[in-house]
Design a protein around this ligand. Structure first.
Ligand SMILES: C[S@@+](CC[C@H](N)C(=O)[O-])C[C@H]1O[C@@H](n2cnc3c(N)ncnc32)[C@H](O)[C@@H]1O
Length: 265
């Protein structure tokens, strides 16, 4: 695969155009930083403020400074905005190769599993899906599976995920093909989560923003679980529900005893 590394601006733009249809857009410094940290292959990175981006790396992410220095091709702001219409304020964008579906399916299906898989059953809101991928990455979840029509690699989802699609396995699947493991489906009518320990091999399933869990998912569920909520409140936001559930799972293992990674040093 071609790369913009070391290319002059015109060549770098040509390489970008050749890759843009097949690669994932990483928009802004933080998305690129996360993708590099979690092993994404990044063949193209353009910036109209190379010095500013490297200064940010010095300040916030010295671990990726060298990689960025080798990658970043300078282009003028007008050219960059023509390629990336809603350019991030950090004036940098990159293209990453999407991880293979086969590799992700293998990671999602592997047992034993050290951390749950999150299932979003027919989610509708791209921002919610991105926020959930970010949560899954932070808690070290095995992956995020979506059912239904939403593409979890849609550019808006990738933007919401802050480049963390590369830190977990993200794929779309049918309910009938979900990864193995006991399914704990979250629903306001379920059993109170506070009385339950969620196992590491759990498949944690959440319903759509509009209509909740589908009939197919309810059928596949081993447990229906609720989050504490005062009467007269009908439901929580989807991503918020995932956050609470992952926190409950994490609280089941004391720090250092397996479970999710500890806080950043
Ligand atoms: C916005 S809610 C969906 C509300 C939808 N109108 C319904 O009928 O369920 C999206 C998802 O978040 C989860 N959720 C929201 N509030 C919850 C609660 N109190 N207990 C368990 N899950 C909840 C469920 O998985 C739900 O399907």
């Amino acid at each position: 695969m071609n790369s913009t590394s070391g290319a002059d601006p015109a060549d770098a733009v040509r390489v970008w155009r050749g890759l843009a249809d097949t690669c994932v857009l990483l928009d802004g410094f933080h998305a690129i930083k996360h993708a590099l940290r979690f092993g994404a292959r990044v063949p193209a990175a353009l910036t109209s403020d190379r010095a500013g981006v490297l200064a940010l790396a010095d300040e916030l992410a010295p671990d990726v400074r060298q990689a960025l220095e080798a990658l970043l091709a300078p282009v003028d702001d007008e050219r960059l905005r023509a390629l990336v219409p809603r350019l991030h304020p950090t004036a940098v964008a990159a293209l990453a190769e999407r991880p293979s579906r086969d590799g992700n399916l293998e990671a999602l299906g592997r047992l034993p599993r050290a951390a749950p898989v999150i299932v979003l059953d027919d989610p509708r809101n791209l921002g919610n899906a991105g926020a959930v991928i970010r949560l899954a990455a932070g808690f070290g979840a095995t992956g995020v599976v979506t059912t239904g029509t939403l593409d979890p690699w849609h550019p808006t989802v990738v933007r919401g995920g802050a480049g963390l699609h590369f830190a977990t396995a993200v794929e779309r699947m049918e309910v009938a093909a979900l990864p193995p493991g006991p399914v704990f489906a979250l629903d306001a009518e379920g059993e109170d989560i506070r009385g339950l320990k969620l196992p590491d091999d759990a498949v944690l399933a959440f319903g759509s923003e509009r209509s909740g869990l589908s009939a197919a998912l309810r059928e596949r569920a081993d447990h229906l679980v609720s989050l504490p909520m005062r009467p007269q409140v009908s439901s929580y936001n989807l991503a918020t529900s995932v956050g609470m559930t992952l926190f409950h799972w994490s609280a089941g293992s004391p720090p250092g005893a397996g479970g999710p990674p500890g806080p950043q040093a």
